[in-house]
Ligand binder design. Sequence first.
Ligand SMILES: Nc1ncnc2c1ncn2[C@@H]1O[C@H](COP(=O)(O)OP(=O)(O)OP(=O)(O)O)[C@@H](O)[C@H]1O
Ligand SMILES: [Mg+2]
Length: 404
Amino acid sequence: MFSEKQMKIMAFPHTSYDALICDGAVRSGKTSVMSLSFFRWAMLSFTGQAFAFCGKSVGAVERNIVTPLLAVKWVRTRFSVKYNRGDHVLIARDGNRENRFYLFGGKDESSYTLIQGITLAGVLLDEVALMPRSFVEQALARCSVSGAKMWFNCNPENPLHWFRQEWILKAQERNALHLHFLMGDNPGLDDATRQRYRNMYSGVFYQRYILGQWVMSEGLIYDMFDLTENVYKQAPTGALYSSTRYIACDYGTTNPCVFLDIYDDGEVIRVDREYRWDSRKERRQKTDQEYADDFMEFMGKDWCTVLVDPSAASFIVALRQRGAYVREADNDVSDGIRRTGTLFARRRLLVNEANCMGLIDELGTYMWDDKAAQRGEEKPVKQQDHGPDALRYFVNYLPDWRFE
Ligand SMILES: Nc1ncnc2c1ncn2[C@@H]1O[C@H](COP(=O)(O)OP(=O)(O)OP(=O)(O)O)[C@@H](O)[C@H]1O
Ligand SMILES: [Mg+2]
């Protein structure tokens, strides 16, 4: 049933520790068992209390915690459990005992204000290393009920990440139990699945997500991008036609300006063409109006959603004046890189090798900024990053479940 490591999660409520930290590899059975142990502890030890289930977004908490929890037979038969989607609250009853579990998303702005007003008997922070530190601290500060416990889990990031510095390395002084997980600690994974996950990552991502190590990012960012597996010469007949089309734009006046023509069939994403104007190379800068004209010509008659660098305010206005449907892109760099890397590794993201030579070149020289990494910041070197930036804007527009 449970592995030895997972048994320790189940036993945690019966220890004198105030906090539990589970870090390590992906798919290693952290979230599922932690949710169950948390719920069991809450329902058997308290009544009339509020608890928090926190994740990156409320949607992620629904998918990773609530749905799996409601699928557990013991939970459904032993308790009466109702999840209210509108209010993001799960209410569980056992006879006349009742507790509430509120869902919060660390990156949802509304969550930040909502959690400030609540008194909690416990908080579960799923994928805590991906949440803003201020949100996590706010959530922890709300745990004022006597007997409250804090439960954390995450995959490794940069070794200087605040969560490692403040919690993992200080586990003893914070009276926290620290458990480190590998895929072998999840008895539910068969060899084929384990192998599939191993093949999905390379480089820094392999060390972090498979070996479970907190290592610095260095070198090539997309070392999983493969010049045979991630490119195509011609899309299969009808593949582009039956896809949803997007154009992603990274705007620049002195720097190059790039548009990517992207087709998503729901499984495979194809970057089919690129537009590129490098004013230094061409020795001429274009105005927003000229760029917008070029854009309309690039888009042609088949209009689509346009994702633009959010800082390119004047270009966005010029496109909107021409009637284009423009969305300001989400410029979260680390999310975008993690997600793009996952799609490349799964071979779900392909690039037309003849039409997108600029993008392919840039993907091959897109490097981590080693100096920033030494300070605990993860970001790419700011050079020849225009194609990869535009690609991130598109990838950040996809819903979370495309990466799970
Ligand atoms: N003891 C078990 N027996 C059977 N299946 C299990 C067991 N533990 C976990 N699983 C299943 O394995 C899968 C991965 O588990 P889980 O989501 O808990 O991993 P995780 O460590 O949180 O992964 P990630 O780091 O990717 O979020 C889930 O589908 C879960 O239901
Ligand atoms: Mg998890």
